[in-house]
Design a protein around this ligand. Structure first.
Ligand code: F0G
Length: 419
């Protein structure tokens, strides 16, 4: 089975609870959503998706933030810190420079903990409470750990985070620490951390809140819904393309799911679905490799490296959901160098939009695809920037200019300013 845009809405299985169930994307097996802790299919270990008997239309959405989209989510409300409703910035100078019909920046760094992860956690932590689990845990390149710590403590739950030692930006560790997570610095990369936390979850030691958890991706669908609503309001049409950084490919999967559900609800024509366009750093680009080679599976990269530490990932666990997402929407994937990422980070900063390196990969990728002609000049494009500049103050300082030391004297400073 592969996730296709045109799939019929399936019959509601007996296991459904209030019209919600879990379904394996590989073998189609269905499961009750909240009876047991389950991350993958009992039968074939395939990835699971949350399914609904009743899919909402745009008219059903009301209110603010992630929970505006409650009708597209498994609950009416969650453990919330007012996540979502992030800005969709106009950037006329960048739009001209890149040379597209319209360019907007969806800045997910404006969420409560400074990244899109909050959208997934407001749903994921609510599910954890519903299931009555004990300790919450994740492996993380940083942002997931910051969000899990904040939402976990807000939900009065204990949190454990596994981070690759020496490879997580300072702001993110500070957040996880102050929001009361127990932090384990693992002598290994992110993929090793994720292997371990999956083993801990399988032993029942922790409840896993990485994007393997299908409920987290439900919250992240709302990024796509907000972008579409924003474009419909401002341009009377949905974007032709959404460009986003890719690590575990959770967002790519979540946006694709949002589009499939809108198609099934009759709210979006199959031909109008935005082209999902993934961007990875050259040193960590297994999804790009798979898309470019037309492969059905993604090869795990054991050695990954990039300045964009948030996406320093060699084994994108959501690939079985994201590969069809990119292909079925007629999208693509592209790799960019660390220098291109920093250039794009500076270009966004010149517009007043402060993002961390991984976020700037989206603009860097768009620039590259525009130059090589894959993106046309008549396209309306949204670039997703996933995390805030202050997440990685060291990268920001390195990309910016150096402070100039001066004496505490006005005359000296006036003299200095002439230089
Ligand atoms: N951008 C940022 C800033 C991220 O933190 C991440 C993932 C991504 C992009 C990639 O998103 O996995 O949905 O493709 N960060 C995870 C973490 C891995 O642990 O914070 P994806």
């Amino acid at each position: 089975m592969s996730l296709s845009l045109s799939a019929e809405q399936p019959a509601v299985p007996d296991v459904a609870d209030d019209g919600v169930w879990l379904e394996c994307i590989e073998c189609g097996e269905t499961f009750a959503p909240f009876d047991d802790v389950r991350y993958t299919c009992d039968e074939c270990d395939g990835l699971l998706e949350v399914r609904y008997d009743d899919l909402p239309t745009f008219d059903d959405f009301e209110g603010h933030g992630v929970w505006r989209y409650a009708d597209a989510l498994p609950f009416e409300s969650g453990v919330s810190i007012q996540e979502g409703s992030t800005p969709l910035y106009e950037v006329p100078r960048l739009e001209d420079e890149v040379g597209v019909e319209a360019l907007r920046i969806k800045h997910e760094g404006m969420n409560p903990t400074g990244s899109f992860k909050d959208r997934g956690m407001t749903v994921g932590v609510k599910v954890a409470k519903e299931l009555g689990v004990g300790r919450l845990a994740c492996a993380s390149t940083g942002n997931t750990s910051a969000a899990l710590a904040a939402y976990g403590t807000r939900g009065s739950m204990e949190t454990l985070v596994l981070l690759p030692a020496g490879k997580v930006a300072a702001g993110k560790i500070a957040q996880a620490s102050l929001h009361d997570a127990r932090i384990l610095e693992v002598d290994g990369n992110f993929d090793a951390c994720l292997d371990i936390v999956q083993e801990l979850a399988a032993k029942g030691e922790v409840y896993l809140l990485n994007s393997l958890n299908p409920f987290r991706l439900e919250g992240q669908k709302t990024i796509g819904l907000e972008i579409l609503e924003g474009f419909l309001t401002d341009y009377d049409t949905v974007p032709d393309r959404i460009v986003l950084p890719v690590g575990n490919a959770g967002n790519t999967s979540a946006l694709y799911k949002a589009f499939r559900e809108l198609v099934q609800a009759g709210e979006l024509a199959e031909d109008d679905v935005p082209k999902l366009t993934g961007v990875q750093a050259e040193g960590a680009a297994p999804m790009v490799e798979a898309i470019q080679n037309g492969a059905d599976e993604v090869r795990r990269w054991d050695d990954v490296e990039t300045r964009a530490t948030a996406i320093r990932i060699g084994n994108p666990v959501n690939a079985p959901k994201a590969l069809p997402g990119i292909r079925e929407t007629d999208g693509t994937a592209v790799a960019v160098s660390d220098e291109e990422i920093t250039d794009a980070q500076r270009a966004l900063a010149r517009e007043g939009i402060g993002v961390e390196p991984a976020s700037a990969a989206s603009l860097a990728g768009l620039r590259k695809l525009r130059v090589n002609g894959v993106v046309d000049d008549d396209e309306r494009v949204a670039c997703l920037t996933t995390g805030h500049l202050l997440k990685d103050p060291d990268a920001a300082a390195a990309a910016g200019g150096d402070p100039e030391p001066v004496p505490a004297d006005t005359a000296d400073i006036l003299e200095h300013l002439k230089q």
